[in-house]
Design a protein around this ligand. Sequence first.
Ligand code: C2E
Ligand code: MG
Ligand code: MG
Length: 709
Amino acid sequence: MKLAASPPVDDDRALVGAWASLVDSLPDATWLVDAHTRRVVADNAAARQLLGRGASSLIGEPAESLIATPEDMAFWDEAAGCTAGALQSDTTLCAADGRTVHVTRCIRPLVDAGGGPARHYAVVVSDRSAWREAENEREQIVAELQATLESTADGILVTDLVGRIRAFNRRFATTWGIPEDLLASRQDETVHDWMRRSVPDAAGYQRRLRAIQEATLLSATDRLTLHSGKVLERVTRPLWCRGQAMGRVYSFRDLSEQLAAQTRIEELSLTDALTGLPNRRLLAEHMARTSKRSRSEGGSFALLVIDLDRFRQINDSLGHETGDRVLIDVAQRIKSCMRADDLLARTGGDQFALLIDGADTQLAERSARRVLDAVAAPCNLDGSQFTLTCSIGGALCPDNGHTADELVRHAEAAVLAVKQGGRANYRVHKGRSGGDRRADIQLDHAMRQALASGRFRLHYQPQVELCSGRVVGAEALIRWRDPALGEVSPTRFIPVAEDSGFIVALGDWVLTQAVRQGALWQQRGMATPIAINVSALQFQQPQFVDRVAEVLAAARLPAQCLELELTESILVRDADEALQRLRALARIGVRLSIDDFGTGYSSLAYLKRFPIGKLKIDRSFVQGLPGDDSDGAIVVAILQMASALGMKVIAEGVETEGQRRFLLDSGCHEFQGFLYAPALDTLSFEARLKLAQAQAEVTRPQRVRLVSG
Ligand code: C2E
Ligand code: MG
Ligand code: MG
């Protein structure tokens, strides 16, 4: 330290030296100013360095000259009258090296021990640049954090550990609907109260909040639903500072839009866009639930698959737009037949499914009939009038299965059967369980083996002319005795063969066998027309007509000796194609009859078109004769219709004399049934035929020819 020249007091010399070194070593620039002259009387190294004086002292310089700005001058003027205390100010100086230096300057009057005005002022200038820099940095970080806070889509609230608000963003205020000035004024309790009052379950909210707050170190995520309907996801994290939890950061994400979008997506993926009805997926989910419940509680339910008939024609002739409106209209019509708990789904282009909870066979049937009627009511769209019908297949849980998949398959199989049987009707699937399906596969295998090993036989059931009692034909009926399975009924294996397609090979065997037998009988003078049963699949084979002609030619049997028993479904399916084929068969000379007549789709219109020579009344109508009036009426109606169309009629399943009598009296031409004979093996049939011939010989002297008319 340098002092203005003055004679040192001897005793103090050492102390003054020590003091001077101490002051020289101080980091703050320090100098002494004479109050009277306002000139520097002592300085230190830091002062000389700050003002860029190197080794040269500041002593003698006017105090004002060390300060450059007018602001500083005013400061000195103020300081001048000061006798006690200190004056402190922050300012910037341009340092000797050109740096802008932020300083804090303190001017303190040094008052003598004896009192009176100060003789000297001490000026201490502290370099605060580093502090200022840090402060600037901090301010910038705060600004950046605030901007970040504001730019997030979540509402953020920061509190200390006791819930005092430390920070928040605007999104927080808007999410909760809290006025910003309330938040800014840090009225913590009012804000917390506001939040509590915004949720329906304030007590639950408070409990949960307390639990979150007590778990100081843990993060937590939960959901809140506000009175406004908003759903918020709340994430709470501890706020750390130097390894200590100092508070909590709450972020609130408004999930309302996201949830609404999710719900909409769910809805769209579960509903049909055109009709707004549930789709196949939602139906399956619903069925899974219903079937689970029915399994545990023992209830039942029905699934109806409703398929519109010939809907393509509507689309093709009236356009797709009208087609769409028809579908919407149909959906409404079906709905009008439903109970509140039933579920209607659109499962395909022109297919609907109706799930009827708690339904048994009767209820399912009643519902189906109502739907059939509702759909078949006349439509009037844009001046076009038309009638639409539908085919309905039903499956019942638990009768036909438990899983949605099983029931849908069964109901769809039933719809197919309705379509094949002439449409516009309802049918329940004759359910077969999974175990039965395995058995079917085994049966199919065994059948194929049986055909290869020649284990099938044909039996022949006599067909008798009612008025004369003559045997005028025979129906060939297949028989199978399996070494492992025993005698298997055709009612068991024919459907399986139809399902697997094996019926084509089996039917061909029957055709060949029956035609050979017919030829043999003819050669032996016992000419008997033989009727064989033809399945739909067999009939549909492209080579079917050629094959029949070929087999007849090979055996040299006249075509008139062969009759093909067809089912009504053959005529309904691909009617034009069937007509061509039937005409070709008729041209060859083969006779055609319709088996099980009355059980399918009976329409005069189509019967008239086909070259059918004979109808076979199904045995279910014969059973009730003569007592059952409705069976009687049906039989009479069939007979009248056949007579109008010039067709013959045979009744099957005739077991009693009463039945035979009724049929004879009603004008039926022929019958077959246990009353006369069951299906007989070849030898028995021949024996029976000979017996009949012999009896005829006895009653009539002339020989009766065993050929039908
Ligand atoms: P379907 O063509 O209607 O044959 C008549 C059925 O009634 C035969 O049963 C016959 O044995 C039986 N039946 C005859 N008289 C009476 C009677 O008085 N009372 C009763 N209750 N039943 C009588 P089966 O032989 O069991 O044949 C059943 C069905 O199997 C046949 O019905 C036919 O649809 C089919 N089927 C039989 N053989 C063949 C065949 O070679 N090819 C094809 N595709 N199907 C056949
Ligand atoms: Mg038959
Ligand atoms: Mg029949």
